[in-house]
Design a protein around this ligand. Structure first.
Ligand code: BEZ
Ligand code: FE
Length: 287
């Protein structure tokens, strides 16, 4: 053992912990655990964590576990609302400057959405204010990406996804798969989505409340865009008039993903948006 008495108890503990892992069979896990415990020990010291703090933390983590079941993962929600999910997503999909940022898909994506013709509506019940989106898929040189598969899904005018309320909306409402044309464009007819609160009736919601953080997501549409030779892009388009933009609880509202839904003379709203894809590198995972 290599514990110096001139070190603080936190440093001594970190050193002792790392020493014990010297012969660990899983080297990567041991090194990460060593660094994790060193960081936690430093916080224990700096924040003067006491017994009640430790009990409160264990209580919170226990509650997060109890609030989770097969249909709801409070753990995922915790990682999401601390911004860790978005941070990891940004880190693992780092792409050239100028390309559209990747964001999380969220729990409401379905891979079995129906194919739609250019200009066809994904609003099967017609409830809400008309929104016409002219989308363009391009590469970093500004050249059109022809034949890109554009999956879109969104909440309705009440802020509910079709698979959240299957009795209230037609099957596959507000979902569809478009294909970009020779000019890289696709026109999506839909209704203006409403923002919604992420689940906040559990321990994560209590935490957000105590921290003065809002559970309200700004209104948005989700996209997943794939094309041969390009990295698949999972992203959002946000309503630029939504006051919740600056406080998105998932930290996904990058400025380049914000657009204005402009009123149309004939009624409803319209917006144009260009998605810029990054080329796939040979042998690279396309996600
Ligand atoms: C969503 O944007 O659909 C979403 C993402 C994470 C948690 C809840 C909803
Ligand atoms: Fe969403």
């Amino acid at each position: 053992m290599n514990v110096s008495t001139t070190q603080t108890p936190a440093r001594q503990h970190a050193t002792q912990f790392a020493d014990r892992l010297r012969d660990a069979p899983d080297r990567q896990l041991a090194e990460r655990m060593g660094r994790l415990i060193a960081a936690v020990a430093r916080i224990v010291e700096e924040e003067r964590i006491d017994r009640e703090d430790l009990r409160a933390m264990i209580r919170f983590l226990t509650d997060v576990g109890h609030a989770s079941d097969a249909r709801r993962s409070e753990w995922v929600l915790l990682a999401d609302t601390l911004g860790i999910t978005s941070l990891v997503e940004t880190q693992v999909t780092r792409r050239p400057a100028g390309t559209t940022p990747n964001t999380i898909a969220g729990p409401f994506y379905r891979m079995d959405a129906p194919a739609r013709q250019d200009g066809e509506s994904i609003s099967l019940d017609g409830v809400g204010e008309l929104l016409i989106l002219t989308l363009e898929v391009a590469d970093l040189d500004g050249d059109p990406v022809v034949g890109a598969v554009i999956e879109v899904w969104q909440a309705n005018a009440e802020g509910l996804y079709e698979n959240q309320a299957p009795d209230l909306q037609p099957e596959s409402n507000l979902r569809g798969i478009y294909t970009s044309g020779d000019d890289g464009k696709a026109v999506v007819r839909t209704v203006r989505p409403k923002g919604y609160a992420i689940p906040h009736d559990g321990p994560v919601g209590d935490l957000l409340e105590r921290l003065g953080l809002s559970p309200e997501r700004p209104a948005h549409l989700h996209f997943r865009i794939s094309a041969p030779g390009f990295q698949t892009l999972t992203t959002h388009l946000f309503d630029g008039d939504d006051p919740a933009l600056a406080t998105d609880p998932l930290f996904a509202a990058h400025p380049s993903l914000v657009t204005r839904f402009a009123p149309c003379a004939a009624g409803g709203f319209e917006a144009r948006h260009r998605f810029i894809l990054a080329r796939a590198q040979t042998g690279q995972d396309q996600s």
